[in-house]
Design a binder for this molecule. Structure first.
Ligand SMILES: Cc1cc2nc3c(=O)[nH]c(=O)nc-3n(C[C@H](O)[C@H](O)[C@H](O)COP(=O)(O)OP(=O)(O)OC[C@H]3O[C@@H](n4cnc5c(N)ncnc54)[C@H](O)[C@@H]3O)c2cc1C
Length: 382
């Protein structure tokens, strides 16, 4: 049976979707990309692209535009909830050669990626109404009623993936045991420009990532039940009260927060699937394997997925065998990172008084090189 015309549909112009669209465009594979949001802004969170993510971007020649808007993060500091330093690690010791860790506002990252594509090539404000996954092609009806035929549909639609819920088994999202606030704030005194900070409390953490132009990306995690939702001013008050017992620079940062629309709130979840393919439907990025954001790996995996799948599409004799090779070869690599990120989260989110005292002591006395070596083994080795 001959393969139909090779036009690919990418659902979701996030980190994985945009990267894949750029690569396909470069390699001459025709594709459409849709995005349900109207714009990439406003910026309400920062994201850290680790050294591996940078290497992938560099290999794809995508790093210059991103570096223009990013800061380098060379140190990671952990302190107790009052700001007393427990460990300060030089990340360049585990970074890949000439590949810095970068921090950048999420919306700015998406705009920078779309720069390589041309924003008009992305169908914004568009989603899927119906998909028929057939033997020879995929018939798609879009939210505006228009239709298209594709040789492959790639779901890059993130952790809440519509494509996953249509074509893959349900209940594969697992709550990690904590939820997360995110917001941007102005730099305050005491924050080193190239250091990411986490303050570890009992069952909660507050993190700070310096960005450009006197801005910082902040996040706060806390152990809870899944499905919590706060509206209006309650959102602001809940965030502030949750970290009211934190010291150091946290109170000064929280004072800046007034508007609920400036705050993001998410349950932290893992997505586990036995297979990322179903016929001519493929999932990559968070849609396939969302993981807890400990040691900031999700964006890097999303970029790597896009780079790796494009190799299988190029060199496979048929598309479907390429997909299945990708599926079977890449899953173990991702599972390992998911596992270590989850374990790190459990350790950091410890809540008993005695457990936290031991945790903080361990972090304080273990030599930095041991912490770094452990992180390297978990996150940077294939
Ligand atoms: C609190 C938190 C902090 C994080 N911090 C970091 C970090 O510092 N570093 C890091 O590497 N990772 C971090 N991550 C993880 C990282 O954000 C994700 O792994 C990464 O964004 C995954 O990229 P993606 O392209 O798969 O999905 P997304 O970036 O989520 O993109 C999905 C896109 O699809 C669109 N979409 C959704 N549904 C549809 C639909 N039906 N039709 C059309 N479009 C659709 C969405 O609007 C979105 O634009 C964090 C995650 C969380 C929750």
């Amino acid at each position: 049976m001959s393969e139909p015309k090779k036009k690919v549909l990418i659902v979701g112009a996030g980190i994985a979707g945009l990267t894949l669209a750029i690569i396909l465009k470069k390699t001459g594979i025709d594709c459409d990309i849709i995005e349900k949001k109207e714009t990439f802004g406003p910026n309400r969170s920062g994201i850290v692209l680790d050294s591996r993510a940078f290497k992938s971007l560099q290999a794809l020649s995508l790093s210059p535009e991103i570096q223009k808007h990013a800061s380098e993060i060379n140190f990671a500091c952990i302190s107790d909830h009052m700001g007393k330093t427990l460990a300060r690690c030089n990340l360049s010791r585990i970074s890949l050669k000439n590949c810095p860790n970068l921090s950048i506002p999420r919306g700015t990252l998406l705009k920078a990626l779309s720069h390589y594509l041309g924003e008009r090539e992305i169908w914004m404000n568009t989603t899927i109404q119906d998909i028929q996954n057939k033997d020879t092609d995929v018939e798609v009806t879009f939210s505006d009623g228009s239709q298209g035929n594709y040789v492959l549909v790639v779901g890059t639609d993130g952790i809440q993936s519509q494509i996953r819920s249509m074509f893959f088994s349900k209940n594969i999202r697992q709550y990690a045991g904590y939820s997360c606030w995110r917001f941007l704030a102005r730099q305050v005194e005491g924050i080193e420009p190239n250091s990411a900070f986490e303050l570890w409390g009992r069952g909660k953490r507050f993190g700070i990532v310096p960005l450009r132009h006197g801005t910082i990306g902040c996040y706060g995690t806390f152990n809870s039940q899944p499905g919590l939702n706060y509206d209006g001013q309650e959102k602001v008050e809940k965030l502030k009260s949750q970290f009211a017992d934190f010291g150091g620079i946290v109170p000064e940062i929280l004072e800046q927060i007034h508007h609920p629309n400036d705050i993001l709130f998410d349950d932290i979840q893992n997505v586990y699937l036995n297979s990322w393919i179903n016929g001519r439907i493929l999932l990559i990025g968070d849609a396939a394997h969302a993981l807890t954001p400990n040691f900031g790996q999700g964006a890097g995996l999303a970029i790597e997925d896009a780079a790796r799948i494009s190799q299988y599409l190029n060199f496979s004799s048929t598309l479907l065998s390429g997909l299945s090779k990708f599926d079977s070869r890449e899953k173990n690599r991702v599972r390992k990172i998911q596992y270590y990120a989850h374990q790190l989260g459990r350790f950091a989110q410890m809540s008993s008084w005695i457990g936290c005292a031991i945790r903080n002591l361990v972090i304080r006395i273990i030599p930095n090189y041991v912490l770094l070596k452990t992180a390297k083994r978990a996150f940077f080795k294939e």
